[in-house]
Write a protein that binds this ligand. Structure first.
Ligand SMILES: NC(=O)c1ccc[n+]([C@@H]2O[C@H](COP(=O)([O-])OP(=O)(O)OC[C@H]3O[C@@H](n4cnc5c(N)ncnc54)[C@H](OP(=O)(O)O)[C@@H]3O)[C@@H](O)[C@H]2O)c1
Length: 289
C-alpha cells in the first residue's frame, strides 16, 4: 500500500522512451509506479532498485483482458491509482493510400482504443476516490497534421477529442485530464518503433516519403530530452491549476502557434459565410446550451 504522502502512478508502455524515463523519475522522487509493458521483464532492474514502490505488470493495451487484470492488480498492490499516463503508442508514417487496412486498424487499436480502454478501466476507482489525474500522451501531431502522418495524427486528434470531452465530464468529480503534445524527442519512436508501409507509391515520394526520410535521418538527434519531458509532466501533476494541454519542445510550440494563427485568420475571413447559414430569424446559442 502507498502512504498518503505518496502518489501512485500507472504508466503504459514503460519499456523505453517517455514511459521508461517517467517511471524512473517518479520513483526517484519517492512516489509509487505501476510500470506496465508488453514484456514486463524489461522492467526487472527498476523493481530490484525500488522493491517497495515499483511494480511491473504485463500490459498490451490492445488486450482488454490484460487491461482489466493490470488495473485490478495495481489497485490490489497500492490501494489506488492517482495518476494514469496513457503513453503506449507508436507512429505509422506513410501516405494514407499506402497503408494496409490491418496497419491502419492496429494504429487506432493501440494509440486510441488502447488508451480509451485503460481510461475506462481506471475511471471507476478515480470516481470513487473523487480524485485523480489522467495524462494522455498525444503529440504535436494531435493538433497539427503533416504529410505522411495522416493515420498517426488522426489517432492523436481523436485522443485529444476524447480527452477534451472527458476533462469536462470528470471535472465535477475531482478528476483532472491533461493532454501532452511532444514535438521530436529522443526515444525509440523514430527507430525500432516506427512503422512504414510495406509498399510505397512513387507519387508520394516528395511528401510522405520525405517525411519518413526526415524521421529516420533525425533518429537519435531529436532535440527533445525525455528526462526534461518527464519533469514537466510531474510539474503538471503537482500543479494546483494544471493545463488541459501541454506542448513540449519549441518545435511543438511553434507548429501549434502557427496553426492557431492560421485557423483564426481563416475563421475571420469566412466568418460571415459561416454565420449566414442559420434559418432566418433564429437566434444561435452556444453548443450544449
Ligand atoms: N518521441 C517523440 O518524438 C514523440 C512525439 C510525440 C508523441 N510521442 C508519443 O509518445 C508515446 C511514447 O513513445 P516514445 O516516444 O517514448 O517511443 P518508444 O520509446 O518507442 O516507446 C513506445 C512505447 O509504447 C509501447 N507500446 C507500443 N504498442 C503497445 C501496445 N500495444 N501495448 C503496450 N505498449 C505498447 C512500446 O512497447 P514495446 O517496447 O513492447 O514495443 C514502448 O514501451 C507514444 O504515444 C508516441 O506517440 C512521441
Amino acid at each position: 500500500m502507498a502512504d498518503n504522502t505518496q502518489k501512485v502512478w500507472f504508466i503504459t508502455g514503460s519499456s523505453t522512451g517517455f514511459g521508461r524515463v517517467l517511471a524512473e523519475t517518479v520513483l526517484e522522487e519517492g512516489n509509487c509506479v505501476i510500470a506496465t509493458a508488453r514484456k514486463p521483464e524489461q522492467l526487472n532492474d527498476l523493481i530490484t532498485q525500488y522493491p517497495e514502490t515499483a511494480k511491473a505488470i504485463r500490459l498490451d493495451v490492445t488486450n482488454p483482458q490484460e487491461v482489466s487484470e493490470a488495473v485490478n492488480s495495481a489497485l490490489d498492490a497500492f490501494g489506488r491509482i492517482d495518476v494514469l499516463v496513457n503513453n503506449a503508442g507508436y507512429g505509422a508514417v506513410g501516405a494514407l493510400e499506402e497503408f494496409s487496412d490491418e496497419a491502419i486498424r492496429r494504429q487506432f487499436e493501440t494509440n486510441l482504443l488502447g488508451a480509451l480502454n485503460v481510461m475506462r478501466a481506471v475511471l471507476p476507482s478515480m470516481r470513487q476516490q473523487r480524485s485523480g489525474h489522467i495524462l494522455n500522451i498525444s503529440s504535436v501531431g494531435g493538433f497539427v497534421s503533416f504529410p505522411g502522418s495522416g493515420i498517426y495524427c488522426s489517432t492523436k486528434f481523436a485522443l485529444e477529442g476524447l480527452s477534451e470531452a472527458l476533462a469536462q465530464e470528470v471535472k465535477p468529480l475531482g478528476i483532472k485530464v491533461t493532454i501532452i503534445e511532444p514535438g521530436a524527442f529522443r526515444t525509440d519512436f523514430g527507430g525500432r518503433s516506427l512503422i512504414t508501409p510495406e509498399q510505397s507509391i512513387d507519387d508520394y515520394a516528395s511528401t510522405s516519403g520525405a517525411m519518413i526520410q526526415w524521421i529516420r535521418e533525425n533518429d537519435g538527434k531529436q532535440p527533445g530530452d525525455p528526462k526534461k519531458a518527464a519533469k514537466a509532466m510531474i510539474q503538471v501533476v503537482e500543479s494546483d491549476n494544471p493545463p488541459l494541454r501541454l506542448a513540449l519542445g519549441a518545435d511543438a510550440v511553434n507548429a501549434i502557434s502557427e496553426k492557431l494563427e492560421s485557423v483564426k485568420a481563416e475563421l475571420e475571413a469566412w466568418k460571415q459565410v459561416a454565420i449566414d447559414t442559420a434559418f432566418e430569424g433564429v437566434e444561435v446559442g452556444a453548443i450544449g446550451g
